[in-house]
Ligand binder design. Structure first.
Ligand SMILES: [Fe+2]
Length: 442
């Protein structure tokens, strides 16, 4: 299959790339240069990484990219070549941080997705989390199926259980939401979606918790940098993430076959946007992720009307090949709402490949209790002041999150209990809409 890749993008001044990616840009596309790559370098990955250099722009060319070899069969898409950024250990507001923030925002506005380099610690945490994921999904079905909770949406989701736009997805998932024990006030008060995580064992709990906690730090840094890039007051984004409703999804995708997908052959996860601020993901070397770039012609607002199924079978998808040692970062609905479409949530979908695939998506989110209102216009390019209608009402993140899970899991025990106990009505009470408030228990 011959596919075109977008190789003619203007090359910009290098802002931050991984140490491994500091090769000449010639090496990126010339097979003969692969032989001189440093030991341990994944040549396939390198060819998929757009390196930013000070060289003048090159004319657009058509490539038969080796990266296409990992694209799931049956899909037609461009192959994305992404900038890989290296985040500082700490964001201080230095000139470098300002420049990096602007570059991140620019890349999200252009591509809808960025790559960030894992440091050595993160590579180790990812390897451990991946091993725990393999171990969990190898367990007998009954053992996995027992990992459910009637109060939280944490736990196991069997292949075919998740529904996107009315069609079953064939991903197999372990969801991790805030792990709250039964004595916790919010659990005792029966707040929607609040409850324990039904871990199968400590071998799953510990590496996943370590991995997600580390990405929590990464998420905060990205938001701080995004504030610089947007030109808004520091804290404009991070003030919403105090006790953020961060969560994660451990994912296994079965190999494609003739019957999975219930009428949509080879369907992994249908097109959708995610609900919060940032989605930081790692994937193994199999490949399956597709995204859509921001487009003026594609209007959607998932918090008002579901964007599930959006452009599912249309042209314009970009395949994101696995690049070893990196996380990808896409944007969620709340980032789009806060920035009034200056940064838009990234539509994405997953195709099944010829081999099973493992991935992990971490969601960096506002507090469940946060009521978000659009940011004030800044010098970074945000639209002018928000309208009165936007500022008076706002979006309650907890309600948006609950709506998403009700829609995706109509038959789950958690949904049944939530409805039977009329928990949904609590979402409109003041304590659930005031950050940091705790229920008053009798
Ligand atoms: Fe998603």
């Amino acid at each position: 299959m011959k596919l075109s890749i977008r190789a003619g993008l203007p090359l910009r001044q290098r802002v931050a790339v991984t140490g491994r990616a500091r090769l000449s840009s010639t090496a990126v596309h010339s097979p003969e240069h692969r032989m001189v790559m440093p030991p341990g370098f994944n040549s396939k990955a390198a060819q998929c990484t757009r390196l930013t250099t000070s060289e003048p722009p090159r004319a657009p060319v058509q490539h038969e990219s080796p990266c296409t070899s990992t694209m799931p069969p049956g899909f037609k898409a461009q192959v994305g070549r992404l900038d890989t950024f290296e985040l500082p250990d700490k964001v201080t507001g230095s000139k470098g941080d300002m420049a990096l923030g602007k570059a991140l925002v620019g890349a999200w506005r252009r591509d809808g997705i960025i790559q960030i380099a894992m440091n050595d610690k993160q590579r180790k945490l990812w390897d451990e989390a991946k091993a725990a994921s393999h171990r969990f999904f190898r367990k007998p079905h009954a053992e996995k199926a027992a990992c459910v909770d009637s109060q939280s949406y944490s736990g196991y989701i069997a292949s075919g259980e998740e529904v996107t736009d009315g069609i079953a997805d064939y991903s197999e998932i372990f969801t991790i939401t805030k792990d709250l024990d039964m004595a916790e006030p919010r659990v005792r008060a029966k707040w929607p979606c609040h409850g324990p995580c039904p871990w199968p064992d400590i071998e799953m709990k510990e590496p996943m918790t370590r991995y997600n906690e580390n990405l929590g730090l990464e998420g905060e840094k990205l938001l701080q940098l995004a504030e610089f890039g947007l030109g808004v007051t520091p804290g404009s984004l991070t003030r919403h993430t105090r006790d953020g409703w961060h969560h994660a999804r451990v994912l296994r995708f079965p190999p494609r076959n003739a019957t999975n997908g219930k009428g949509k052959e080879g369907r992994g996860i249908g097109s959708h946007t995610d609900y919060g601020l940032l989605v930081i993901s790692a994937q193994d070397d199999v490949g399956g992720l597709f995204i859509r770039r921001p487009s003026q012609d594609e209007k959607f607002a998932n918090w008002e009307k579901s964007a599930a199924g959006l452009k599912e079978d249309d042209e314009g998808w970009v395949y994101i090949p696995p690049v070893e040692g990196t996380h990808t970062v896409i944007l969620g609905d709340m980032m789009q709402y806060l920035t009034r479409n200056y940064l838009t949530a990234t539509p994405h979908k997953v195709g099944l490949n010829t081999r099973e695939r493992f991935a992990l998506a971490y969601f960096h989110e506002p507090s469940f209790q946060a009521v978000l209102k659009p940011l004030e216009g800044g010098c970074g390019g945000l639209p002018a002041e928000p309208s009165t209608a936007e500022t008076t009402e706002g979006v309650h993140y907890g309600t948006h999150f609950t709506n998403m899970f009700l829609r995706n899991y109509p038959d789950r025990i958690t949904t049944q209990r939530l409805k039977a106990e009329n928990r949904y009505s609590l979402l409109s009470t003041p304590e659930l809409r005031t950050m940091g408030a705790l229920p008053v228990l009798a």
